[in-house]
Every structure is written in C-alpha cells, then in structure tokens.
Design a protein around this ligand. Structure first.
Ligand code: NAD
Length: 373
C-alpha cells in the first residue's frame, strides 16, 4: 500500500485524489494546506482524519508513515516544497510546470537522485486517452513519418464549468508566482508536452504572445517551433468570450492535428467538447476512420497519470514524466516566454546539455507500463 500525503488542497486536488481513492494499492493518509477551509473540505471528502490535516506542510513531511507526496501548489512554491519533501525522503509527484527556472529544475532533479526518491512531474495531457491513441496510431506507422503538429487552445465560457475560486486565478496572473501567463505558460505546458510527446524537444521556438482583458490573459498568441529532424509545430491560443462550450471542468477546448507523409490524425477535444465527431480521427489512403472506443472525459487523464505514479512506485519503474523529461518540457515553455520578450527565436536549454537540448527528446514512448491505450 502506498501511503500518500497531498500538499495543496485547491481546485485541481479533487481530480488527483480520485486517482488514489480509486487505487487498491494507495491510500491518502495526510493533507496539508494553509487555507483552513480547503484543508477541512478536502480532508473530510477524502476520509483523512483531523489528526492527518496540517496547515504547515512540514508537519506532514515529518510523518514517517507518508511514503509519497503529491504537490499541488502555486508554481513559485514547487521547488522549495519539492526539495523539502525529498530531504524528508518522500517520493514526489509534482504538478507541472516543475519550476519557474531551469536552475530550479536542475536542483530538483539532482536532489531526487541524491536522495534516491522517485520524482514524477505530473503532466496529465500525455495520459489523456485520445492523445495516447493518436500516439499509438503514429507508432503503428498509420500516417507515415511525422512532418508537423498543430495545436489549438480555445477558451470560452460554459454554464457547466466547475467553479474556479478567485484565489486560484490571482497567483496565475502574477508572473513572479506563475512564471508566465495563464494560457501560454501555465496551460501552454500541456500543449508543449503534447508536442514533445510526439516529436521530442524543439530546437528553435518563436512566439508572439498577445494581451487581452486588461493584461489578464496572454492571448491571442501564436508559438511556432522547429525540431532537430526538420518537423515543425505550432500552438495557437485564442480566447472567445462569447463561445459557449461543453465541459465539466475548465471552459476551454483543445484540438490537435498531426500530419505525416501519408496521413493526418486529429484529436478533436481536450478540456471541453466542441466538435460532434469522434475524439480521434485518422485520414489515410483516401479514407477517414473515427475512433471512439476510449474514455474522453478530461478527468481520465488525471486518473491514468495518478495510477501510473502508484504503479511506478510499486514496480520501481521510472515515472512519466521523469524530472529530466519535465525539465525538457519546461525548457520548451520558457523558450516561448523568452522569444516573446526578445522578438527573436529562442533555443530551449536544459542544464548540463548546453546547445543539445533538442537531441534529448525525439518523440517519447508511450507510458506502456501504465497499461494505457
Ligand atoms: N494538469 C492540469 O491540467 C492542471 C490544472 C489546474 C492546475 N494545475 C496545477 O496544479 C497546481 C495547483 O493549481 P490549482 O489550480 O489547484 O491552484 P489553487 O490555487 O486552487 O490551489 C493551490 C492550493 O495550494 C495551497 N497552498 C498555498 N501555499 C501552500 C503551502 N505552503 N503549503 C501547502 N499548500 C499551499 C493554497 O492554499 C491552495 O489551496 C499548479 O501547479 C497548477 O499549475 C494543473
């Protein structure tokens, strides 16, 4: 049984908790959050006794019966809390983006190795079943050699979206706490992770990052990039204030188009659902095939990613993403920020691999040990 402590009981923690509450080999034994209301609500909902609820996460880390922690806090706290958890000998699953800078990321990766603990950067989009299915189709050679990936993020509004407390938005629009804007840096991490999953790390990134709603939103924006083997990719982010969406979580839709030498694959949804078509569509040889035999709720990506962490701890295997992989995706996201500021292309840089960051990626394998797909 893996005994978990959850540090940070805010908006996203509900989806994380389900992965562990549903897992026969995991149990949540402690929670920490300085916000007394979040602590009480989530602690009670997940069956954690009051004696296991802490306002100071260091009290949770002091417990010898916590094997691993899930860290779900604002980004500027990722590095200090992760380093403390590793010092306490805990395995760590840390929400993306792993840090605000590559220096912080390198410190965390090194500390994980030195302490001999498992370090997972929690990036759920590469566990989203339609994305995993698209990857399988690519690996089966259905569209030939990859040429490009095109990703679209389209926030709008939704009467069925979950409630996002003002506190969860406040730190996201403070660059010193978030590391960049809410759509291109924070949410963008997922989109850079998808590109990395299919094509590895880019070697050049160029970004135009716009501004709307009095500077609150970093859009409309467009990021384009080039991979060492010649493929290209792009991310377009547009907020449509009057676009009504179907969703159970964030009011946003995501779409991905992957082009190969003999065919094209579309992933037609993400957070939300706009298109009345199968979640994965393949076009090749003059024929279109739709694939609908998979869960499509966005929460399934959290369930699969959380289960994968428990399985990795149980089996002693590497999690997806490892700290090193998380650092690659962070480098991708930071390069977009840098390019938008300088107006020139930026090269993602991973510490210790100067000038060779891009060689590290080259299209990631499926997290097959999680039994996905
Ligand atoms: N994968 C995804 O799709 C996704 C979606 C949303 C959020 N996230 C990530 O999850 C993390 C949390 O985001 P959120 O939306 O839940 O934010 P949130 O603001 O709703 O929750 C953060 C929680 O951390 C708590 N906190 C602050 N300081 C703390 C400390 N020192 N110790 C313990 N807890 C502390 C806050 O009180 C709050 O309850 C971020 O890294 C974010 O990027 C990921």
């Amino acid at each position: 049984m893996i005994r978990l402590g959850i540090i940070g009981c805010g908006r996203i923690s509900d989806l994380h908790a389900h992965a562990y509450l549903d897992h026969p080999e995991a149990t949540i034994v402690a929670v920490a959050d300085p916000d007394a209301a979040n602590l009480a609500t989530r602690g009670a909902a997940w069956g954690v006794p009051e004696s296991g609820r802490y306002q100071d996460y260091r009290d949770l880390l002091a417990r010898s019966d916590v094997d691993a922690v899930e860290i779900l806090v604002p980004h500027h706290l990722h590095a200090p809390i992760t380093l403390d958890a590793m010092d306490a000998g805990k395995h760590v699953s840390l929400q993306k983006p792993m840090a605000l800078s590559m220096d912080e990321a390198a410190l965390m990766v090194r500390a994980g190795h030195e302490r001999g603990v498992t370090f997972k950067v929690f990036e759920n989009f590469v566990f989203y079943p339609p994305v995993v299915r698209a990857k399988e189709l690519v690996e089966n050679g259905e569209i030939g050699d990859l040429l490009s990936i095109r990703i679209k993020s389209n926030p709008g509004w939704s009467p069925t979206a979950w409630d996002v407390p003002a506190a969860a938005s406040a730190w996201r629009i403070d660059e010193s706490k978030c590391g960049g804007g809410p759509l291109v840096f924070d949410d963008g991490h997922h989109k850079f992770a998808i590109a990395w999953y299919f094509l590895g790390l880019a070697d050049r990134v160029h970004a135009f990052i716009g501004s709307s709603m009095d500077g609150v939103l970093d859009c409309p924006s467009i990021v384009s990039w080039h991979h060492p083997d010649g493929q290209v990719g792009s991310l377009e982010v547009a907020y449509s204030p009057d676009l009504r969406l179907h969703t159970a979580q964030y009011a946003q839709d995501d779409r991905v188009e992957i082009t190969g030498t003999r065919g094209v694959i579309w992933v037609t949804r993400g957070h939300g659902r706009m298109l009345d078509v199968p979640p994965v569509i393949l076009y090749r040889d003059g024929e279109t095939r739709g694939f609908s035999d998979m869960p499509t709720g966005w929460e399934s990506s959290f369930l699969n990613s959380g289960r994968h962490f428990v399985d990795a701890l149980r089996d002693g295997t590497s999690p997806s993403l490892t700290g090193e992989e998380g650092a690659e995706v962070l480098a991708f996201a930071l390069a977009a920020q840098e390019s938008a500021k300088t107006g020139t292309a930026a090269a993602p840089r991973v510490a210790g691999r100067d000038g060779d960051a891009a060689a590290a990626g080259r299209g990631r394998g499926l997290p097959r040990e999680a039994g996905l797909g």
